[in-house]
Design a protein around this ligand. Sequence first.
Ligand code: MV4
Length: 449
Amino acid sequence: MFQRILIANRGEIALRVIRACKEMGIESVAVYSEADRGAPYLDLADQKICIGPATASESYLKIPRLISAAEAADVQAIHPGYGFLSENAHFAEVCRDCKIEFIGPPPEAMQRLGNKNEARKLAKQAGVPVVPGSEGLIESDEDALRLAKEMDFPVLIKAAAGGGGRGMRVARDEASLLSGLVSARQEAESAFKDGSLYLEKYIEQPRHVEVQLLGDREGHIVHLWERDCSLQRRHQKLVEESPAPNLPDKVRKAMCDAAVRLAKTAGYYSAGTCEFLVDKNHKFYFIEVNARIQVEHPVTELVTGIDLIKAQIRIAAGEKLPFAQRDIVHRGCAIECRINAENPAINFRPSPGLITRWQPPGGPGVRLDSHAVAGYRVPPNYDSLVAKLLVYQPTRTEALACMRRALDEFVVEGIHTTIPIHRDIMRLAAFRDGLVDTTFIERTWQKKS
Ligand code: MV4
């Protein structure tokens, strides 16, 4: 096992990895930017190293700085967390060249799955249902028009290098298809330096259900069931839960098995997630793979009892999975609310600053993953996630009651947070009945600016 690990991340996920290391008897090395200097969670690591200025591109994204810190601290492995360099195949390769274990999937699988069109090809090869669409990339306007007419409008233009909703355009007719191709190509070109596009049939009001995977370096892959992440706003998830409400058991099982087939075909290991859209008839379609640990991983930890961070570390150290598929039991219901330093009343505007009061909820069935404390200053430079509030109960009805209670206990002063909207969401009939899809917030939320 590793003696020492560097954590190439910040905030709650850095703390989550520090805690896992501590319990495993591994020393942790935290890195921080000038904006995070003095953050209390850094003192829980065995060592902390400043890696540069506040700007992420000069610190948390700067590969030479991270490698220098890793060499100076003499670590055997790097945990990238989520975001930042977590899905950067080049970084994983640099780690390999420097004889430092990257705690994540192999760079080859990351590279291949990072291209959404390649991931689609892999899925087809693995017998995983994909959204009807183009065979490969769009070669010309004529090509796109012919395809769109064949599959019938509306269609969705997607960037091969995209993901998380960037470089996407819905086209409901020929004119919007032609203009959408131009703007999507431009956006993809400037965002990813790759303007290649493909087409899919547009699935109206889909649910977003994803399957958690875990694989070892010997090719054993298991799924840890699904999470429903349909409640989101502008591609930012607000609530995640498991099991997915109102999902027939047959569909759920087929989706989980499909995810495992895809991971095997891709030569995947470590933790990963296979994302699916589910339409109104409960048909599911693969959309993309997240080749990293995700924000919402604790939902799965609660319903399976498996520590995903520890599993990632053990797999990176070459250990075999200590369980088979039949050993993985899904029990009860877990719900997560993402608490962001944002003001929901002013269009979710970021609300960084000093937390003057922080009174977290507790009691039975409550888990709070957070690096925040009273007196902590939320920096304006990064993602505004300040806490993940989770509940775990035998049934969804009990989980909802527990979450309402926990949200009511939670007091934060000095900054605005998304706690009030979660209090509203947990009382919505549509959410209670498991009826929300990915367009719910946009369709029903009162827009303010
Ligand atoms: C779609 C779709 C409808 N039809 N593909 C958004 C981000 C990326 N992961 C894929 N996304 C979508 N792909 C087809 N063919 C709708 C979305 C989508 C979405 C998906 C998951 C979670 C939230 C979403 C919000 C808007 C659109």
